[in-house]
Design a protein around this ligand. Structure first.
Ligand code: CA
Length: 229
């Protein structure tokens, strides 16, 4: 669901915009002043921002400029005066569209939809697929360096992540603790093969349903570990 942020101090207008956008299946958040609006716009990933020009505290010009310094999100500027729109254009703040009050809610929705499809075409033209390893309920996102088990994210340290990823990418192959230590830790590392044992234990606690009967990383007694395919 696409997320929209409305930065608008007039509550009645903000609520009306929200109602109409929600009817069109958008998820909407409202902020009533410029500073909070800016904070939210930078913190969260919105698909579009509807920004009123006249706001208490930091005005829409400033908010727009500050968002643009950090983000590419489409910004639809709302103004009560036509003159202001010329000013926004003249300043080159990077707003994507302008709408003057009063406007009909359906016009607003139409503009929002037009921008969404344009933006997703732009983004979609250069898709960046993350490199993912998926084995049964285990999902390793190598690009984001995140691990999920049945959709729930688990926190991994750098070495735990490297060790799990190495084993998962080389399944059905037994590696000795020495081999794993050499591959994951560099030669100068302080530590020994016991480090591998400790890390395997920690990884199992995160990914296995039953650590005494592992579904992913098997212990091959006297040899090492093998990732089950
Ligand atoms: Ca206003």
């Amino acid at each position: 669901m696409s997320k929209i942020l409305i930065i608008e101090d007039e509550e009645a207008i903000a609520d009306l915009e929200k109602d109409y956008l929600e009817l069109s299946d958008f998820e909407v958040k409202i902020e009533h002043d410029g500073e909070k609006g800016l904070k939210n716009a930078l913190k969260d990933d919105f698909d579009l921002i509807i920004l009123d020009l006249m706001l208490p505290g930091m005005d829409g010009f400033e908010v727009c400029k500050k968002i643009r310094e950090k983000k590419d999100v489409p910004i639809l500027m709302v103004s009560a005066k036509k003159d202001d729109i010329d000013k926004i254009r003249g300043l080159g703040l990077g707003a994507d569209d302008y709408i003057t009050k009063p406007f009909s809610p359906s016009e607003l929705v139409a503009r929002v939809k037009a921008h969404m499809s344009r933006y997703s075409r732009l983004v979609g033209a250069n898709p960046q697929q993350n490199d993912i390893v998926e084995i049964r309920g285990l999902k390793i996102d190598k690009t984001a360096r995140r691990v999920y088990i049945d959709g729930t994210e688990k926190n991994f340290t750098t070495k735990e992540f490297d060790l799990l990823t190495f084993l998962a990418e080389n399944p059905n192959h037994v590696y000795s603790k020495e081999e794993l230590f050499r591959k994951i830790w560099n030669m100068e590392s302080v530590g020994d093969i016991a480090t591998v044992t400790v890390h395997i234990k920690k990884i199992r606690e995160k990914i296995e349903y039953d650590t005494s009967n592992p579904q992913y990383i098997e212990t091959i007694w006297g040899v090492g570990y093998r990732f089950k395919i």
